[in-house]
Design a protein around this ligand. Structure first.
Ligand code: MN
Length: 429
């Protein structure tokens, strides 16, 4: 089925700025609270949020097989379960309704009042109920940097790394949308030179610049997803800040991998940009350096050219952009990750979230974490206000942004912005 929603020539009757992340060719999906405190599924064009529940009730999705309440829900899980064909029909229809040449909604003021919201009238929510969250470790540059720092520069990559998209199971309970602050975690660490651990606030709180993809119901128990079908089960992507406490991580991760250093919070951008919307930005990823086992071999362009950046905003100073990276640097692509995740028969469900792992580029100004940017604290990062950061300080806000661009269009993700609060203080009774 053609993705008519992607027509780069299409213009909308809504006011949109030229450099918006959300032109009519994007049509992402999200969940928001309206000015009347009603929760609904919606999309966004320019700086307008569009209530898809209301649009459906008013008959604008006529002819598309959708249940009456599909958009009147507090998560996208059921809509995502409807599958790729339905996502395409709905995006194509939304593009038609807001096309500059279509006057049906444009000229109906009563309908417009019900359907359209400005961004200050809404509050974005988590777009899906995340059943399971898996985090990969798929950037070769990141894995090499971390291996160099913590193990051995001559053998930075562990022997499995070029054969397996390495990953671990995270916690979905602490995945939060942009705008929700996070407390500095406490835990056990082993200070340098000590033989016994101490308890206290993490001193090395870090971000991880990642993207995450969201799946639909993909397979039954026991049934692997072939790599060439994997993209049929990927609904879309969000920006993903996988908060990490490096000192807790260093002490706890042996031998079973990340635990409390990683599961205190992961923040996401609230609009899911569909894989369909990213079609024009397909690109080739890095060439495999080892012959891959057949279930991980793929044909064609499976990577996406998505510019990524991170800024730090101190409490009372302007923000400083501290790194620029790109999703295309990922050594293991999403199809390989999903094929590998299910090769043992592990079921993947609607709303599951798969983090890419920290996305570091080849140069020091493209690294995806403070650990790498400040090289374990040896090279502090300078901010515009004259201060320096080795890791994230209390009351700093970390902002991640991402977008794709070609000669015709720009498709963006908006941002994920999260403030780090001081350690949680129990309320006095
Ligand atoms: Mn991570």
């Amino acid at each position: 089925m053609p993705i008519t929603a992607n027509d780069p020539k299409r213009k909308t009757w809504l006011d949109t700025s030229k450099d918006t992340d959300f032109p009519i060719q994007n049509i992402p999906f999200g969940v928001f609270l309206t000015r009347d405190d009603i929760i609904t599924i919606g999309t966004r064009i320019g700086d307008y949020a569009i209530d898809l529940g209301a649009l459906h009730q008013l008959g604008y999705f006529e002819g598309i097989p959708l249940t009456d309440d599909i958009f009147l829900q507090d998560t996208l899980n059921d809509f995502i379960s409807d599958g790729k064909k339905t996502w395409r029909l709905v995006r194509n229809r939304i593009a038609e309704v807001f096309d500059a040449n279509n006057s049906k909604l444009k000229n109906n003021e009563d309908h417009r009042k019900i359907v359209l919201f400005t961004l200050d009238e809404i509050e974005m929510q988590l777009p899906v109920q995340v059943g399971d969250y898996t985090d990969f470790y798929s950037s070769k540059e990141h894995a090499t940097n971390v291996g160099t720092m913590f193990r051995d520069p001559d053998n930075a990559l562990l022997p499995n790394w070029l054969h397996i998209p390495v990953g671990y199971h995270g916690r979905s309970s602490s995945i939060i949308p942009s705008g929700i602050p996070v407390h500095r975690p406490q835990g056990q660490t082993l200070p340098a030179g000590a033989t016994e651990p101490v308890f206290g606030p993490s001193k090395l709180v870090d971000f991880e610049l990642e993207m995450a993809f969201i799946t639909t119901d993909a397979n039954a128990l026991g049934e692997p997803i072939p790599i060439e079908e994997a993209e049929d089960y990927i609904f879309g992507l969000v920006l993903f800040n996988d908060w990490s406490a490096r000192d807790i991580q260093k002490w706890e991760y042996v031998p079973l991998g990340p635990f409390l250093a990683k599961n205190f919070a992961s923040s996401i951008s609230p609009w899911i940009v569909t894989l369909d919307a990213l079609e024009p930005f397909r690109t080739k990823g890095p060439e495999p350096e080892k012959e891959l086992l057949p279930y991980l071999q793929f044909k064609g362009k499976k990577s996406f050219d998505i510019h990524l950046e991170v800024a730090i905003k101190p409490e009372s100073a302007e923000e400083t952009t501290i790194t620029h990276s790109n999703f295309k640097y990922m050594y293991w692509n999403m199809s390989q990750q999903l094929a590998h995740h299910t090769i043992n028969g592990c079921p993947v469900n609607s709303g599951d979230m798969m983090g890419s792992g920290t996305i570091s580029g080849p140069t020091p100004d493209s690294y995806g974490s403070m650990l790498e940017l400040s090289w374990r604290g040896e090279k502090p990062v300078k901010l515009k206000d004259g201060s320096e950061r080795k890791f994230i300080q209390d009351n700093d806000t970390v902002i991640m942004r991402g977008h794709c661009e070609n000669k015709e269009i720009r498709i963006g993700f908006g941002e994920v912005s999260t403030k780090l609060l001081p350690v949680y203080e129990p309320k006095k009774k």
